[in-house]
Design a protein around this ligand. Structure first.
Ligand SMILES: C[S@@+](CC[C@H](N)C(=O)[O-])C[C@H]1O[C@@H](n2cnc3c(N)ncnc32)[C@H](O)[C@@H]1O
Length: 197
């Protein structure tokens, strides 16, 4: 077993580097592969708690640009950057949607949102697929031309249809599974770049 595959490798690294969750390394890998996040951008983080992705983005922005984030849960850390706005609420709620859209347009929409798992794979896949549909709706409504979108999905057959939908509005769209995903996990990410506007 390589050190990357040890169950606690990423969790320990996150703790050492001050991130509340190991998921930050999935975003780091996605960004390394696709070169998405840059200083000065406006970015939206959907399903942000406990806050690793938001913290990573804020470090990348280094005081420039703006980050909006939303989650059903509070963040698991104190974040008081002047270029950061966190909304606690449901991404499906019309008032949250309106508020997030008003804070745009964004150059990058990120979603690591996932439904609370039930143990029933079909139900969980359905919940994940519905979230990705909603995230794509956000992207189409609030991305600036040339913008990009990243959305986590539980693999289960819906990916091909969602990628097809994305390819209608973006120059490229593909699936990408970071090494930092647990090997037994059935999550993957859809990455779309070059929003046509
Ligand atoms: C895997 S966690 C995200 C981890 C985060 N990227 C980080 O690095 O800290 C998934 C999050 O999606 C959120 N979520 C699920 N459904 C949601 C919804 N309808 N509206 C807002 N957030 C939601 C959950 O509350 C949960 O905090």
């Amino acid at each position: 077993m390589s050190s990357y595959e040890k169950p606690d490798f990423w969790a320990q690294k996150a703790k050492k580097e001050g991130y509340p969750a190991r998921s930050v390394y999935k975003l780091e890998e996605i960004d390394r592969k696709f070169g998405l996040a840059r200083r000065g951008q406006r970015i939206l983080d959907i399903g942000a708690a406990p806050g690793s992705w938001s913290l990573w983005v804020l470090k990348r922005l280094a005081g420039t640009g703006f980050l909006a984030a939303v989650d059903l849960q509070e963040l698991g850390m104190q974040v008081t950057f002047p270029n950061f706005r966190f909304l606690r609420g449901d991404l499906y709620a019309p008032e949250i949607r309106a508020e997030l859209l008003a804070l745009g347009p964004y150059d990058l929409v990120l979603s690591d949102a996932a439904p609370a798992t039930t143990g029933n794979r079909l139900v969980d896949q359905g919940g994940s697929e519905a979230i990705v549909e909603a995230v794509i709706d956000y992207g189409l409504a609030c991305l600036a031309p040339g913008g990009a979108l990243v959305a986590k999905i539980f693999q289960g057959g819906a990916e091909a249809g969602l990628l097809k939908r994305l390819r209608g509005s973006f120059a490229q769209a593909r699936g990408f599974k970071p090494e930092a995903c647990r090997s037994e996990s059935f999550e993957t990410y859809l990455v779309a770049t070059g929003f046509k506007g």
